[in-house]
Design a protein around this ligand. Structure first.
Ligand SMILES: *Cc1c(COP(=O)(O)O)cnc(C)c1O
Length: 403
């Protein structure tokens, strides 16, 4: 299996919103996914050969569900594995059965998949702004809007893996009677047992895509403290079958195959090393970026993710363009908000001043497990030199203190 080639295709330097003109001119790509090697996957492939069981909740899928459950301090039956986080979000929303055609409050400043899932679930995205400090919508504002009878659900995004207090959203859900689904696509590690964010009552969806911190190619997990809800989502992902071959719900095929599960199991086997590589690059950036560059909330505090989106100081001009001339790849991970994309431009929305500001000032810097200290230093020094003079001071004067 030539996974290098396959994975290369998922490197976002090829996507349309990459800001550099020619990706072959980039020496430091914005992402360089690294999944378990063939050698690590092979024992699991041999199990598949022996089992002659290739998909439909096979033994490898069962084991992965069990091990991921433990990883997130949950049980086997709290987890539903699906073929992507986008599928997971759609099915999670559908499982909560909001009135079809009703609106779903959600941030505009998120990856387009969040809006795609809401739409696919038969809801209309209703965009709200984000708070400049937490990078998520303001709970009081959302609660107030959610009291309108037009609102059927709420989708909240964990911003780039930064921990948010999920009990706040559980309370909003309880008081308004509206289901809250958490797009925790980037929060694989943030949610781990002993990590900084705990799963509450709201349904949580995690991505296992190749570009995320723990990738298995394509894949996602829906986690719920309610085993019945998790089973409902598993049923929706297998054509709506629940105990018989007679569909109980209008379902889809959202399953993962045993081959995907093999990659996932091999990934868990090497997770400790993978995580320590992510952690090393996190620490380097944390210490070397200028203080005027705003990091994701609580960046570096007991969680790792696979991206680094920073907010540049207000007066910085064309940071991405200038970095590209220094052969440094960047990407605007979330663009200027879903409401600026043709597919969602006509959706209802509140005023979005922070989304507009952060949409223009946010930049995804190169971030990968394999980055060397020299590369991180080069990115940080280059960035520092193109910022306005008053924005160049280091985060730490002398020490490499890491909070
Ligand atoms: C990556 C991502 C998704 C989509 O995940 P897939 O597994 O690729 O479907 C959705 N929302 C956010 C915030 C993401 O970062």
């Amino acid at each position: 299996m030539n996974d290098e080639k396959l994975l290369d295709r998922s490197i976002p330097t090829r996507t349309a919103n990459i800001r550099s003109p020619r990706s072959d001119a980039i020496d430091i790509p914005v992402a360089r996914p690294r999944l378990p090697t063939t050698e690590r996957i092979e024992p699991y492939l041999r199990q598949i050969d022996a089992n002659q069981w290739y998909t439909n909740q096979g033994p490898l899928c069962e084991t992965l569900q069990e091990r991921l459950g433990r990883f997130w301090e949950m049980d086997y039956d709290n987890v539903a594995l699906v073929n992507s986080a986008t599928t997971g979000l759609t099915l999670a929303l559908r499982a909560h059965a909001p009135r079809p055609g009703s609106r779903c409050l959600m941030p505009s400043w998120t990856f387009t998949a969040s809006a795609a899932a809401v739409t696919d679930a038969g809801l209309v995205p209703h965009f709200v702004d984000v708070d400049p400090d937490t990078w998520m919508p303001d709970p009081d504002n959302v609660e107030c809007l959610a009291r309108s009878p037009d609102i059927g659900a709420i989708l909240i995004v964990v911003p780039f893996g930064s921990p948010i207090d999920l009990t706040v959203w559980d309370a909003v859900s309880q008081r308004t009677g509206r289901p809250v689904v958490i797009d925790a696509a980037a929060a694989f590690d943030t949610l781990r047992s002993g990590g900084p964010m705990r799963i509450g009552r709201s349904t949580v969806v995690i991505s296992l895509h190749a570009t995320k911190v723990f990738g298995m190619g394509e894949g996602g997990a829906v986690v719920s403290r309610d085993p019945a809800l998790a089973e409902h989502i598993r049923a929706l992902a297998r054509f709506g079958f629940a105990g018989s071959r007679s569909a109980q719900h209008a379902g889809i095929n959202g399953k993962i195959s045993e081959y995907t599960a093999a990659v996932g199991l091999a990934g868990l086997d090497v997770w400790a090393e993978t995580r320590s590589r992510w952690d090393a690059v996190t620490r380097l950036y944390h210490n070397l970026l200028p203080a005027s560059v705003r990091l994701p909330p609580a960046f570096g505090r007991n969680w790792v993710s696979s991206t680094l989106a920073v907010i540049c100081p207000e007066k910085s001009n064309d940071v991405a363009g200038i970095l590209a001339t220094h052969r440094i790849g960047t990407v605007s991970w979330w663009g200027t908000g879903c409401h600026t994309q043709p597919a969602y431009a006509s959706c209802p929305r509140e005023q979005l001043p922070m989304t507009q500001q952060y949409g223009c000032r946010a930049i995804g810097l190169p971030f990968s497990q394999d980055m060397t200290a020299e590369q991180v230093m080069y990115v940080c020094t280059t960035l520092r030199n193109i910022l306005p003079a008053e924005s160049r001071a280091p985060r730490f004067a002398a020490s490499t203190n890491f909070a």
